[in-house]
Design a protein around this ligand. Structure first.
Ligand SMILES: [Zn+2]
Length: 380
């Protein structure tokens, strides 16, 4: 028997209500015009279904899109940092279409609001701060179909998660947080294995709140990012060995990476608010790629909103390291010593060590985590 859990102590979803766009399969779906979604659009669709993108109930219409691109707000004025759009070749003839994934699985219907043209270069410039197609998010945008199709969605078939035990919707995480009596919960976005540096940030944040949501992104990423399956194994083994289980929830974040840096930091924060997080960790160069964004841009952009507008509280962190003199993890904020006293390894150096089957220093990476990565290199 389901027991109602009081989630009223938790932060409210963005816009006030958690959206639910799941529903029954309507009659006549098979005879509708069918659109095939990219993997990124399927991720967005699934997040629309569960309310992870509350208050959105579908793909953006022109008015909202223009407002988001120009001023990081929906037409209503509510902050919203990135377009959530469905690109199509032509306006459909009917007022309802069926949405399918690339495997041909029917997932949802969309009730057509409008189809409209959009300016790819302007979207790139405003959202990615560059028009260069060397940027993976811009390249994806330039490769899109020429029109955006807006409308409310009803999802009747959820895409099976590759990690069913980690597939928690916003209503699930909210219920779990409430059951544990948490009110203040910090969310941690990651698309990398967690080494000592990020362990330090998450634990530093956890010292000040009730609980921690480790929320690795499992949607599409660049091909040179560590595969999600390997990362998940790293997270599991790290949590088992080094985190208090009753203070941490590990769950998968189904979004695809956009690599939009600062704007994506805002977007990531708003999504985690919908999952019930009151706080959100923003490190250096959050959601960045290459050298397109300044080190602190993803932190500074939060100043463009009044605190009450986002509601969720960003927690800004410096990069951290082991200091041999301090004898502990530290950051430039807390350690007065120089580079020569700090254990610092470049990403390239770490990859070299792991690929050679060698453990990085224990001050850099927990050996249990490094062993998972070494094994992945050996098999890869
Ligand atoms: Zn020090």
């Amino acid at each position: 028997m389901a027991v109602a859990t009081d989630t009223s102590r938790l932060i409210k979803p963005h816009g006030g209500q958690l959206v639910d766009r799941t529903g029954e399969r309507p009659d006549g779906v098979d005879s509708l015009e069918r659109l095939t979604l990219t993997s990124r659009e399927v991720s967005d669709l699934d997040m629309l279904a569960t309310g992870a993108l509350s208050p959105l109930e579908g793909f953006l219409n022109r008015e909202d899109y223009e407002s988001v691109v120009e001023s990081m707000r929906l037409a209503s004025g509510l902050p919203w940092a990135l377009p959530v759009c469905l690109a199509v070749d032509a306006a459909p003839s009917g007022d309802r279409v069926a949405l399918a994934d690339e495997q041909g699985r029917l997932l949802a219907v969309l009730d057509v609001d409008e189809a409209y043209e959009y300016d790819k270069e302007r979207e790139a410039e405003r959202c990615f701060r560059t028009t260069e197609d060397a940027h993976p998010g811009v390249a994806r945008l330039y490769a899109q179909k020429p029109l955006y199709l807006a409308g409310q969605v009803t999802v009747f078939e959820r895409v099976p998660s590759p990690y069913p035990e980690l597939a928690l919707d916003p209503a699930d995480t909210r219920r779990i947080f409430a059951e544990r009596g948490w009110k203040r919960v910090v969310g941690f976005q990651t698309r990398n294995p967690i080494h000592r540096a990020h362990e330090y940030l998450t634990k530093g944040a956890l010292e000040t709140v009730d609980g921690l949501l480790i929320h690795p992104l499992i949607g599409e990423t660049k091909s040179d990012d560590v595969p999600a399956a390997t990362r998940i194994e790293c997270y599991r083994i790290l949590l088992e060995n080094y985190y208090p289980g009753d203070r941490v929830v590990l769950s998968a974040f189904p979004a695809a990476m956009r690599y939009a840096g600062p704007r994506e930091a805002i977007w990531h924060a708003i999504c985690r608010k919908n999952y019930g997080c009151s706080h959100f960790i923003v490190g250096r160069d959050h959601a960045g790629v290459g050298s397109y964004y300044g080190t602190y841009d993803a932190q500074l952009i939060f100043d463009e909103f009044e605190p009450h507008e986002l509601d969720i509280e960003p927690m800004f962190f410096e990069h951290s390291f082991w200091c041999k003199v301090c004898g502990q993890m530290a950051t430039p904020k807390t350690c007065p010593h120089g580079d020569e006293d700090r254990v610092a390894l470049s990403g390239t150096k770490v990859r070299e060590l792991l690929a050679a089957g060698e453990l990085p220093p224990a001050e850099f990476s927990r050996p249990e985590v490094a062993k998972v990565l070494i094994e992945a290199y050996r098999q890869g």
